[in-house]
Structures are given as structure tokens and as C-alpha cells.
Design a protein around this ligand. Structure first.
Ligand SMILES: Cc1ncc(C[n+]2csc(CCOP(=O)(O)OP(=O)(O)O)c2C)c(N)n1
Ligand code: SF4
Length: 282
């Protein structure tokens, strides 16, 4: 991260951070900071930093909320979206951004995820998806690929993994996208689109955890894990120019679904006004 950005957006007194060398979390945290900065500088948007709230749960990735110098809250494991929903309800004018791990948002927090998506709550969720529980020692998570190893699956996981973006889209999210720590520029742009989208948006960012997922599954170090993303994840323009054969086994980096539907706090406000008018007319 350039030093101006560190001084502008980081709580220097919270450093050094806890992340392992080669972890993807710092890259995604920077993507979020750059996305915010670019939206603050964009004359069409003029995002007000004072209106940005960053909410996280618990996990290595969730530490980002503590390191970022915004109105931020580091909550409890699995409850980031629940806290964020409460904040958005209390002050709908705030731009509420959730930073969450794959375990945090799709295991213990799975119900909060699907119901916030179903309601189309005006939140932007950025998942730091490293396919494992990093903080607690490498247990498998709902995104661990079937057959891959984890502390709790020493012979390989039997479970079929979730595609978090598909899960959110199926539950009603109106903007879903996939990014990666290799595809920095694309991921920043997707986060910006998610913040600008009115309604529930989720950007599933594929991260790397060399310490647990990489080591247990012989994926090499951070460089090899990033190389995998470079070779197997394809940005939109190139992806759609590929033949079906070329697309086999490749993952799109870009917008996955985008639709319009009334945002929940707007609808709630209308409901309150309608009921107040009815009561006043009695
Ligand atoms: C209610 C509750 N259950 C379990 C835990 C233990 N715990 C802390 S972090 C974590 C998993 C974190 O995994 P993930 O959300 O994928 O984030 P990562 O550490 O990989 O970034 C667990 C199970 C807890 N703190 N609170
Ligand atoms: S355990 Fe994994 S996710 Fe946690 S800081 Fe280390 S590399 Fe990152």
C-alpha cells in the first residue's frame, strides 16, 4: 500500500498486523481502501468518508476493520451482517461495508447472509475467501473444495463447497461479483460497483492462506497460489471472448449477477410513512 494511503486510511497505532507473510488479506484490505478513495475523489459520487462504516466479524480477515481508520466495528464471529443490518436500519444514509471471512459469512453467519440478500438490504459485503478457517488453525469451511484437506478433514473433505456469490444471488442479492487477490484492478472496480449499487451487493474475493490451506494441500507458497489465480481466473472481456472449451475449468473475475429491486430500508421508510398517514387520518 503506498504510504499516503497507509497514513490516510490505516490506524498506524494498530500495526504491526497479525497476518502471515504472503497472506491475501492485506491485498483485499488495500483494494477496499483504494475503492473508497477513488469514490471519494469521483466528482459524480463524492463519497463522504464520515458516512462510511466498516463492519467485520471474527477471523484473520475480520481484523481489517480494526486496522482501517473509519467508523468501524469488529463484532463477533458470524454476526457481521447482523450488526451491519442494524446499523443500516438505524441510519440508512450510511454506506455500510462488511468485511468477512468465508467461515464468518457462510458457515456460522450463513443465515444472516441469505436473509440480508433476500431483503435486499443496502449493504456491500466483501468476502475474504481463503477456503479455510485461518484464525483457528485450518479447519475446513463451507468453501473448502471437496477432497481438499484441513485440520478437521485430514483425509479430505466430503462436503460439496458453496459458491458464495451464487448462494447470495440465489437468495436475492441484486449485485454479485467475483474478484481475486491477483486481479487487483478488477477487484477494486468491482468493490466500487458494489458500493455504488443500491441494494445488497456481494463481492467474493478469492484470497490465499498459504499457512493453512496452501500448506495442507501442497499448493506451494504465496507465489504459486497467486499463479493459480492468474492462470485459472479470467477477467470479463477475455472470458467472454473465450470458446466454451477454453472456458472449461476457468472462473470469471467480474460481475456475475446484476438486477434492480427496491432496497429494504427505503421500503421500510415508505411503510412507516404510510402507516403514520393512516393513523393521522383516523
Ligand atoms: C461464536 C464463535 N464460534 C467460533 C469462534 C472461533 N472462531 C474464530 S475465527 C473462526 C473462523 C474464521 O474463519 P473465517 O471466517 O473463514 O476467517 P479467516 O480466519 O480464514 O480469515 C472461528 C471458528 C468464535 N470466535 N466465536
Ligand atoms: S492463517 Fe492464513 S488467513 Fe490467517 S493470517 Fe495466516 S495466511 Fe492469512
Amino acid at each position: 500500500m503506498p504510504s499516503e494511503l497507509i497514513h490516510e486510511f490505516m490506524r498506524i497505532d494498530h500495526l504491526p498486523h497479525i497476518w502471515c507473510p504472503g497472506c491475501g488479506n492485506g491485498v483485499i484490505m488495500r483494494d477496499v481502501a483504494v475503492a473508497i478513495q477513488e469514490l471519494m475523489d469521483d466528482p459524480e459520487v463524492k463519497l463522504n468518508r464520515e458516512k462510511v462504516v466498516i463492519v467485520s466479524g471474527i477471523g484473520c480477515s475480520s481484523r481489517a476493520a480494526g486496522y482501517m481508520d473509519f467508523n468501524s466495528i469488529h463484532t463477533t464471529h458470524g454476526r457481521a451482517i447482523a450488526f451491519a443490518t442494524g446499523i443500516k436500519f438505524a441510519k440508512p444514509e450510511l454506506e455500510v461495508i462488511v468485511l468477512t471471512g468465508d467461515g464468518d459469512c457462510s458457515a456460522i453467519g450463513g443465515n444472516h447472509l441469505i436473509h440480508a440478500a433476500r431483503r435486499n438490504m443496502g449493504l456491500t459485503v466483501v468476502t475474504f475467501n481463503n477456503d479455510i478457517y485461518g484464525m483457528t488453525g485450518g479447519q475446513y469451511s463451507p468453501t473448502t473444495p471437496a477432497g481438499d484437506k484441513a485440520t478437521t478433514a485430514p483425509y479430505g473433505s466430503l462436503d460439496r463447497p458453496f459458491d458464495i456469490a451464487q448462494l447470495a444471488a440465489g437468495a436475492g442479492a441484486t449485485f454479485t461479483a467475483r474478484g481475486s487477490v491477483y486481479h487487483v484492478r478488477e477487484t477494486i472496480d468491482l468493490i466500487k460497483q458494489g458500493i455504488r449499487h443500491k441494494g445488497f451487493s456481494l463481492i467474493d474475493v478469492y484470497s490465499v492462506c498459504p499457512t493453512y490451506y496452501g500448506r495442507k494441500n501442497h499448493k506451494g507458497g504465496p507465489v504459486e497460489m497467486l499463479r493459480w489465480q492468474k492462470e485459472n481466473m479470467v477477467p470479463t472481456a477475455r472470458y467472454y471472448a473465450m470458446s466454451e472449451e477454453q472456458k472449461a475449468g476457468k472462473l470469471l473475475v467480474g460481475t456475475l449477477t446484476h438486477s434492480e429491486y427496491p432496497e429494504y430500508t427505503d421500503e421500510y421508510d415508505k411503510l412507516v410513512k404510510r402507516v403514520q398517514a393512516e393513523m393521522a387520518g383516523r
